[in-house]
Design a protein around this ligand. Structure first.
Ligand SMILES: [Zn+2]
Ligand SMILES: [Zn+2]
Length: 414
């Protein structure tokens, strides 16, 4: 157990379940080994994530899994909310649901609950609303505002998910203002918004109406390896639901002290993408037509959408905004294969240890100087990137690694 007093915790609040323990699908597109127990183990042993939000907990079959783990003593419910796994990882019970505005716009909203009894009551209600309550992110046919009222009644909070994503999000496909979707008193009760992989704090702070919200960078992981590709460092006294809520509201010295995420260029929807000729826009945003074939059949990029809404982006971050660090996960760095990753895990324990507590010299001893330099470069954000778009991730330019490495060596190694 951790000692008293505020301290920093690694927190990822958006992870999906692929299958239940008895092999029923929950999220069809998610990997099969993404079960409740595996997520908790991955957080504990590989990633070093202290608190994880699992967003398919209202599925009746997942609830059965949770109850089994509580009965076996593998997990226990905390008095201040949340479930503690093996005395190490705190699981926050959550449910991601698709909502539909009157204009037809779809968005994803995540409800977070303190206790299993809250999720069970919410799940009962959802059974009557969605077609298949056992599957993830089901369409509820209710508006985001109606969803909020329902979640609030059951003791939960709502955080709009990946708010700029073109297909299903509040800004991406519903409206240009949150106040068109939620009323004023509801907006005061929404403590945070999730940025999504294709945006960061700097981009989101182009929209003045977001200045009061705490920003979250979460992984939206559909496989074990992607847990923690984005995360937050949160200062709390204990990793519990109650403390998390204080931190999101920035009360009693609890707060998010840093967001770690992909460079937005690596996200799947960063720039506008042409569905006809598969070109990703390169020109100054916003781009609404394909730059190559001039087709209007495009999937608008997150950058383009933010520029469209804000007019011209002058990003002004409020005083309370913590730093957002661009970090390239190990799996994006060319040349770091499965074997090398295993070696690194074996020596340094978790990914958070590799990233936050290990020096270049230590990395070099285990993985060799070339890979050590690449890891340090990736985490200094010194690699050149090709933008993602239309559902394809951005890429690290291979030649950039070489060029950057030379300058990096000059700056840091020699
Ligand atoms: Zn999701
Ligand atoms: Zn085109």
């Amino acid at each position: 157990m951790r000692e008293k007093g505020n301290r920093h915790y690694f927190v990822d609040l958006h992870v999906h379940i692929g299958r239940t323990e008895d092999n029923h699908p929950v999220k069809v597109t998610a990997s099969r080994d993404l079960t409740f127990a595996h997520i908790a183990q991955e957080c504990q042993f590989r990633k070093g994530i202290d608190m994880v939000g699992i967003v398919d907990c209202a599925s009746p079959r997942v609830i059965t899994d949770i109850e089994k783990m509580l009965n076996s003593g593998e997990m226990m419910e905390l008095a201040d909310g949340g479930l503690r796994y093996h005395d190490r990882v705190t699981v926050i019970l959550a449910s991601e649901i698709e909502t539909k505005e009157l204009n037809g716009g779809l968005s994803h909203q995540i409800a977070y609950f303190p206790f299993l009894k809250n999720v069970k009551a919410f799940s009962e209600k959802m059974r009557k609303i969605v077609t298949n309550p056992n599957l993830s992110s089901q369409n509820s046919q209710i508006t985001a505002q109606e969803f909020f009222y329902m979640v609030y009644t059951f003791g939960g909070i709502v955080i709009p998910a990946h708010v700029f994503t073109p297909y299903k999000s509040v800004f991406g496909s519903c409206s240009v203002h949150l106040k068109d979707i939620f009323n004023t008193s509801t907006l005061k009760k929404i403590p945070a918004i999730e940025l999504g992989l294709s945006a960061d704090s700097c981009l989101a702070d182009c929209l003045r109406e977001l200045s009061d919200f705490t920003f979250l960078a979460n992984s939206d992981a559909h496989s074990l390896s992607k847990i923690g590709r984005e995360y937050n460092v949160v200062m709390m006294e204990q990793p519990t639901f109650k403390e998390l809520l204080l931190a999101l509201k920035r009360k009693k010295s609890r707060k998010v002290v840093a967001n770690y995420g992909l460079d937005p260029k690596l996200g799947k929807y960063h720039r506008t993408y042409c569905k006809e000729c598969h070109t990703t826009a390169k020109g100054s945003p916003p781009v609404f037509f394909c730059e190559k074939c001039h087709s209007g059949k495009i999937k608008k990029g997150v950058l383009d959408r933010i520029m469209e809404i804000s007019g011209s982006c002058s990003s002004i971050s409020p005083q309370h905004r913590p730093p957002y660090y661009h970090q390239i996960p190990l799996e994006f760095v060319p040349g770091i294969g499965k074997k090398t990753k295993e070696k690194l895990f074996k020596h340094f324990g978790t990914e958070m240890n590799i990233l936050h507590n290990t020096s270049r010299q230590e990395l070099s001893k285990v993985a060799g100087p070339r890979i050590a330099a690449d890891i340090i470069l990736a985490h200094k954000g010194k690699l050149n990137l090709l933008s993602g778009g239309g559902g394809r991730y951005g890429k690290v330019k291979r030649d950039a690694i070489k060029n950057n490495k030379n300058s990096f060596q000059k700056e840091n190694l020699i």
